[in-house]
Write a protein that binds this ligand. Structure first.
Ligand code: DCP
Ligand code: MG
Length: 583
């Protein structure tokens, strides 16, 4: 809640105007029954001559109209101020939360899950917004209506206090009992909503796979389960709330009857006027209504609390991977060293994915990393731009531990082509410019040429201005890979990392790419993960990884002599290559 108040601060003036306008509205509401009572007591039942009575009724009626117009204006202003404050606050909060999400490291986004982050950014913040808008208006409204109502009622006749003494505690007990049971459910509702969002998220992004495996039925069921769970929790909450209002209404009606009874006796005894009894009925209704409102507010408060807690969790998450302390450290050469590096993923109980890695890549060298699937290749290269931090030993660039660089400095000098190419909706040129926003058309084209992408881009009707649909769905796998490569090259990095980024290219395109890299990017250190021997043969050195360790390191011919694993891979692939050519 303190967080919410912090967000309220910049808008305190508008926020303050909201309850002020509300005070105007409630005051007018409190005056009305008094005027009404006057009309009855003096205007209708009065002893003055008839035309004077009529004048009194009309005059007081006009006052009532004016007061109600003033009250109406107050209400409109109050609603407007409240809404403005809430919208601005929500906007700021969404912005901050989004920024935070952008800076979370891989393991933290994994922990929250995408679906939950989306719910927190949208639905949870909306809940907080609604709460702010409501509380700005309602706290004042209920408070004034409650206290003012009691004052007016007792002013009419102290005996009415008896009704209050009985009905108020009953109402309070009912509200507390029900709210106590409902409050914990609100957090659960949001969690269930997370689950629904997660299923939707996965299936919308993975729609193609779902169709390919005709898993629609299964996924629809999975969605149904999550959706039903959400509905059931919501039902529980609503059932509780459904009991609340009728119960309060019973108390209220009983109280009204008691007032009429007490009032009636007083009128009989000539110690009170009929109009005053009418006013008393209105006041008791207002008082008890305000207690009902408190019940509703509790509901909103506990709902908003649950949401605020979830948003706070994101806002309070400090990125585990943050800037190093060496502000002046620069990457000038691109020497990469792994010294006794070990690594396990967070939450895997220390089960090592990499162990005892010692590897030095000299500036300008092209090193290939080869190994069976799941042996830890991606994990190895992820340590260089600090997508994850190694858990043992150290990774050095130009002799400086990667943890000591500022993240921006480090990552700006490293071009990474991820195993799964991600493109964004936009034109071809825009996607390549991700590498460098300032790059000229010439530079974009040049990067694309090195990446062997220029030819197919020219083949598009609109060339570099062709729109790419979301996630690059309109491109082939190899085209996407080459776009991603162009993007990384445009960055003019000192170190280029290709994680299986040429797997979808045919061998001749791949070898053209290698040649272009060699001739145009001399001096850039290249680390290239691949599964095919043909892709790695031309590298300066090849590191063969097996079960998280480097089991062989050397040139192709050295490895053919010394490494049995390498030879095995070589012969098995050559056989297949041959087989394909024959077939
Ligand atoms: N792993 C994990 N948590 C992650 C990613 C991977 O526990 N977030 C595990 C799965 C593998 C091991 O780490 O057992 C190594 O994964 P890599 O992605 O490093 O494996 P490769 O890149 O070598 O495999 P591939 O060739 O299939 O890309
Ligand atoms: Mg991999």
């Amino acid at each position: 809640m303190r967080k919410v108040i912090k967000y309220l601060k910049p808008y305190w003036l508008i926020a303050l105007l909201c309850p002020l306008a509300m005070i105007l509205e409630v005051s007018m509401d409190l005056i009305q029954p008094q005027l009404m009572s006057d009309i009855v007591n003096f205007g209708i039942l009065g002893t003055a001559p008839a035309d004077e009575n009529l004048r009194y009724v009309i005059q007081t009626g006009i006052y009532m109209l004016i007061f109600s117009l003033i009250g109406c204006a107050g209400g409109i202003l109050s609603a407007a101020f409240g809404t403005i404050t809430a919208q601005k606050l929500g906007n700021d909060m969404r912005k901050d939360t989004f920024e935070k999400v952008m800076h979370l490291s891989f393991q933290q986004t994994d922990k929250f899950t995408t679906g939950s982050l989306v719910t927190r950014l949208t639905n949870d913040i909306t809940m907080i917004q609604q709460f702010v808008a409501m509380s700005l208006r309602m706290f004042v409204r209920t408070g004034m209506q409650f206290i003012g109502g009691i004052a007016c009622l007792l002013f009419l006749n102290v005996n009415f206090g008896l009704v209050l003494v009985i009905s108020l505690p009953i109402q309070l007990i009912v509200v507390t009992l029900i709210m106590k049971r409902a409050a914990p459910l609100f957090g659960i509702v949001q969690d269930k909503l997370d689950k629904v969002n997660s299923v939707v998220q996965e299936n919308v992004t993975g729609a193609r796979v779902v169709k390919a495996f005709t898993r629609e039925e299964y996924e629809i069921n999975r969605f149904d389960d999550a959706n039903t769970a959400l509905m059931e929790t919501n039902m529980k909450v609503q059932k509780l709330l459904a009991i609340l209002n009728p119960l309060l209404m019973v108390v209220m009606n009983a109280s009204v009857m008691a007032i009429i009874l007490i009032g009636g006796l007083q009128v009989e005894a000539k110690s009170m006027e009929v109009g005053s009894v009418m006013a008393a009925v209105t006041y008791i209704t207002q008082i008890l209504m305000s207690v009902m409102m408190v019940g509703m507010m509790f509901q909103q408060v506990s709902r908003a609390m649950a949401s605020a807690k979830r948003v706070k969790e994101v806002l309070d998450t400090d990125p585990v991977i943050s800037d190093g302390s060496s502000a002046q450290a620069e990457i000038t050469q691109g020497r990469v060293e792994f010294k006794n590096v070990g690594f396990y993923y967070p939450g895997t109980a220390g089960k090592p994915v990499l162990k005892d890695i010692d590897l030095t890549v000299e500036p300008g060298q092209m090193i290939a990393v080869l190994g069976s699937t799941g042996c830890g290749k991606t994990s190895l290269v992820n340590l260089i731009p600090r997508f994850y931090d190694c858990t043992q030993g150290e990774v050095l660039i130009d002799g400086v531990n990667v943890k000591d660089y500022e993240l921006d400095v480090l990552r700006s000098k490293i071009g990474v082509v991820l195993q799964k190419s991600e493109l964004f909706s936009g034109t071809v040129a825009e996607n390549i410019r991700w590498g460098d926003n300032e790059a000229s058309d010439e530079e974009v084209k040049n990067a694309a040429t090195i990446a062997q992408a220029d030819t197919f881009i020219q083949g598009f009707n609109e060339g570099y201005d062709t729109m790419i649909s979301e996630k690059g769905a309109s491109l082939s796998g190899g085209q996407k890979q080459r776009m991603s490569i162009a993007r990384a090259i445009l960055k003019k990095p000192k170190i280029l990392i290709f994680d299986d980024s040429t797997s979808a290219l045919d061998l001749s395109t791949e070898s053209k790419l290698h040649e272009a890299l060699r001739s145009s990017l001399s001096g850039v250190t290249v680390i290239m993960i691949a599964q095919r021997i043909a892709s790695v043969m031309r590298a300066d050195r090849i590191a063969v990884i097996d079960k998280g360790t480097i089991c062989a390191f050397g040139t192709h011919s050295e490895l053919m002599q010394s490494s049995e694993i390498y030879r095995d891979i070589y012969y098995s692939q050559m056989k297949n290559e041959g087989g394909e050519q024959n077939g």
